[in-house]
Each structure stands twice: as structure tokens, then as C-alpha cells.
Design a protein around this ligand. Structure first.
Ligand code: HEM
Length: 162
């Protein structure tokens, strides 16, 4: 009888281990080891982060940005089925780290994030345009906008894949 119980226990433990592994696999971001760092920190841009209103300012900006992305027929279809709350949070983290803030980027690299999307150069430019409109709406100074855009622009190499 002892042996039977222990077999049952073993089965439960094995099932628990399987579930844990499954959870770990789905939670682990699928990163491409060859992709560049999606959120390189630029400590010298810390004053620019202040011009964005810090992390709180970025959070407000991202609401406007995402609303704009959804509303724009050029970018809307890409984001329609995405977890917008999550993407907004990843963007806040990413921009905050890039602008030298005391934040951590927990998202995936840019290559992995956009791999299955067929994004063209025009789509990339459309997203930048929507971001510029959002930044204007939030009164981010033009020079500060361009400091951020200068860091985002080279990411087209990982994002544009069509
Ligand atoms: C410099 C330009 C861009 C930056 C910095 C950027 C950044 C990001 C980040 C940080 C994420 C979340 C990553 C993660 O899932 O862990 C993401 C996801 C996403 N991006 Fe971009 N992105 C850019 C351009 C674009 C463009 C041009 C499109 C399409 C027009 C696009 C469409 C999406 C979509 C649909 C998702 C959500 C994917 C999902 O639901 O898993 N992105 N992007």
C-alpha cells in the first residue's frame, strides 16, 4: 500500500513539475540572442526624461500614443489583437531606460517582438508619425522629441521585415 501511495505522490509531483515548466516556458520572453539590446541606457539623456515628465509622463504619453495607433488605419490593424495594456507598459519601460531613467525593461528584443508581423518601412514611419502627434499633444519640447526619436530610428533594422 505504501508503494501505491508513493506512486500516486510521484505522479502528482511529476504533474506539478510539468505545469511549472510549462508556466516558465510561456512566461519566459522568447528572445533572439543575435538581436541588439532593445533598451540601451543613455544616462546623459536623463534631463530629456524630465522633459517627458518622467515615468509618469511617459505613462500618460503612452495612453495617447496607443489610442492614436489604434485609430490610425495604417497602424491600427497591427495592434488590434495585441494586449495593449502590456505593450504600453513595455513601451514606458523601454523609453524610460533609453532616456536614462531608473527603470527596467522586461519586454522582448525588437526582432522577436515584431517577427511575425510583416512590417514595412511605411508602417514604421506611420508609427513614428503617430508618436510625434502624441508627443506634441503632451507638449514635449521638439528637441526632446528628437533626442528620443534618434535612439528609436535605428531600431528599424530589427523591426522592418518586409
Ligand atoms: C521604433 C519603433 C518601435 C518600437 C520602439 C517598438 C517597441 C515595441 C515594444 C517594446 C513592444 C513590446 C515587446 C514585447 O512584447 O515584449 C512592441 C510590441 C509590438 N509592436 Fe512595436 N515597436 C516599434 C515599431 C513598431 C511598428 C512599426 C509596428 C507596426 C506598425 C509595431 C507593432 C507592434 C505590435 C503589434 C506589438 C505587440 C505584439 C504582441 O502583441 O505581442 N511596432 N513594440
Amino acid at each position: 500500500q505504501d508503494a501505491a501511495v508513493s506512486a500516486e505522490e510521484q505522479a502528482i509531483l511529476a504533474e506539478e513539475a510539468r505545469l511549472e515548466a510549462e508556466e516558465a516556458a510561456s512566461a519566459a520572453p522568447m528572445n533572439d540572442p543575435t538581436a541588439p539590446n532593445p533598451a540601451p541606457a543613455h544616462p546623459e539623456l536623463r534631463p530629456v526624461l524630465d522633459q517627458f515628465g518622467g515615468e509618469a509622463g511617459l505613462t500618460k504619453l503612452m495612453d495617447t500614443f496607443m489610442a492614436g495607433l489604434i485609430a490610425d488605419p495604417r497602424t491600427g490593424p497591427f495592434f488590434a489583437n495585441s494586449d495593449q495594456v502590456r505593450v504600453k507598459r513595455q513601451l514606458v519601460e523601454q523609453f524610460c531606460v533609453i532616456l536614462g531613467g531608473d527603470c527596467t525593461y522586461t519586454g522582448r528584443d525588437m526582432k522577436s517582438s515584431h517577427r511575425d508581423m510583416q512590417i514595412g518601412r511605411g508602417d514604421f514611419n506611420a508609427l513614428v508619425e503617430v508618436l510625434q502627434v502624441a508627443m506634441n499633444e503632451h507638449d514635449v519640447p521638439f528637441a526632446a522629441q528628437n533626442k528620443l526619436l534618434a535612439k528609436l530610428a535605428p531600431m528599424h533594422r530589427e523591426i522592418v521585415n518586409k
